[in-house]
Unconditional design. Sequence first.
Length: 292
Amino acid sequence: MLRGIHVPLVTPFNTADEVAVEAIEKLAHQVLDDGAAGLVALGTTGEVAALDPEERARVIEVCVRVCRQRQALLTVGVTGNDVRSTARALRSLPEGVGAALVTVPYFLRPGERGVVAYFEALAEETPVPLVIYHIPYRTGQAVSAATLRRLGTHPMVAGVKYAAGGIDQDAVDLLGDLPDGFEVVGGDDAFISPLLALGASGGILASAQLRTRDFVELAGAWQAGDAGRARALGHRLARLSAALFAEPNPTVIKGVLHAQGLIPTPDVRLPLLPAGEAAVSQARLVAVHPGE
């Protein structure tokens, strides 16, 4: 289910600070045209924390429509810090959503036993498969390979978005012994190539809103065993990701998309601020010439 490159969409705003629905639809079709296997709505890249419930519903609605037309997987970010509210959010997902990306409980640091209990409880409530979002530098909660492997045996836990800030020993251990039906997708854009080399099935990558075809080719090259091609392409795309993350995500990405005429403004919502001109210019240069 999680194979290939899945693109977490930005949420563009118009000059009235409203969600630019037409721009979302255009972006969604473009990345699918370029080979993306699916879309992710309401992730960190989509500024989900800055959207009100009505705006979130509009984003999901347009993404459901596009994914139905294109027969692509739609994963929706569902974030919460307690089982009851997160389970309610899961149960309220509309028909057409194929999976839910659920963050490891953040700030509370419940320990790994608490993480297991949390996801096991959600797995009994959810109408769609869960993808664990493991991002310890945001959540403050470490999750070992053994814990992920245990959770991966549940039939409603489809995989993990692995974003540990690099390739750590747990990533190596996990990918060396995966439960049946449980997949690892990379979530740290700059490290996607080595994670694919270790056996990850794909990636959920904000950078793939630009040069989508190249990221798709990268995943295909590793899966085909073409290490030479994959290694060279991975180095080039890592430079692109570094440029796009030079300032907080998704500010630089939005700046580049606006400069390309794909979204009406580069605006983000506080506490984010728009990326500086130098960062956007550098990212645009790398996006056009990723090998330089």
